[in-house]
Design a protein around this ligand. Sequence first.
Ligand SMILES: Nc1nc2c(ncn2[C@@H]2O[C@H](COP(=O)(O)OP(=O)(O)OP(=O)(O)O)[C@@H](O)[C@H]2O)c(=O)[nH]1
Ligand SMILES: [Mg+2]
Ligand SMILES: [Zn+2]
Length: 308
Amino acid sequence: MKATVYKSTGSWYVVKDEQGRQFNARMLGKFKIDGLTSTNPIAVGDYVEIEIENELESGVTITQIYDRKNYITRTSPANKHQHHIISSNLDQSLLFATIKDPKTSQGFIDRFLISSESFHIPTIIVFNKADLYKKKEEEKFEQMKAIYETIGYTVKKISVETNEGVEEVKNLLKDKVTLLSGHSGVGKSSFLNKIFPEMNLKTLAVSDWSGKGMHTTTFAEMFDVPFGGKIIDTPGIRELGLVDIPKQELSHYFPEMRALINDCQFNNCMHTNEPNCAVKEAVAENKISMDRYVSYCNILESIDEVKY
Ligand SMILES: Nc1nc2c(ncn2[C@@H]2O[C@H](COP(=O)(O)OP(=O)(O)OP(=O)(O)O)[C@@H](O)[C@H]2O)c(=O)[nH]1
Ligand SMILES: [Mg+2]
Ligand SMILES: [Zn+2]
């Protein structure tokens, strides 16, 4: 019988069959999937085959996993070669960011976008906690919005606290499988509670001491959107290691640079010290944001090339 994985704790899984019946399932044996070395073989969003051994709904096992349309992994900065699949079969991702309490850095947003580009998952950037923004934060938001909208990303500003913009973002969920991501404490679970109060998810204030989130959500979990679609709440990301991207390819995941790479003199241009580089010219002419170029250079430097 076919089922969908709604939650994975690593040792057991919450699955739902096509009639909407929910079971706790275990996996028997080991599957090797996609030739990928991952720490978890089954992820939220996976379509699986289950066998029910008795009517008590215990003894439900996952016997097979179906091909994934796509998936998104996180690598830990400590071990870049160890992948953890966050979820699969996604239509879009909402990146929750905040200007303060906690602060989301531009470098983090750029890493996230590179990763989404590499998995071909469209991303919408949602700045939450608008109720906390004063003049300085408003300016920062406007600056970020300009940078990312110029490249083609959709940027929204909301406040889960006051409801500003919430309905508009809620409407983006219709009939889509959406991944909610971002640092701990940015209000992912609070957003879900706001739009679907019946979910009643645990949320916690950001620490006074560190200004960071408390890592309240500990496992990714998928929920049915009552008006169609599915949404996945995930644990906050601390730092984002990059998927295996060779230095040569990094600019392909910056849409504004990707558009220019055929115009560089060298077809293997890395847009750093090469002459007649179309990307550097675009930066000098303010057609590419200097902040994005700085992010690009920082990330380029952080790629460890021993592997390639
Ligand atoms: N001022 C303000 N606080 C908010 C807003 N949205 C959420 N919060 C608060 O931010 C804190 C963290 O919210 P959570 O929903 O737990 O954050 P999370 O992103 O789910 O965090 P993790 O589960 O740890 O990844 C809570 O105290 C919320 O009440 C908002 O729009 N404005
Ligand atoms: Mg949470
Ligand atoms: Zn170049």
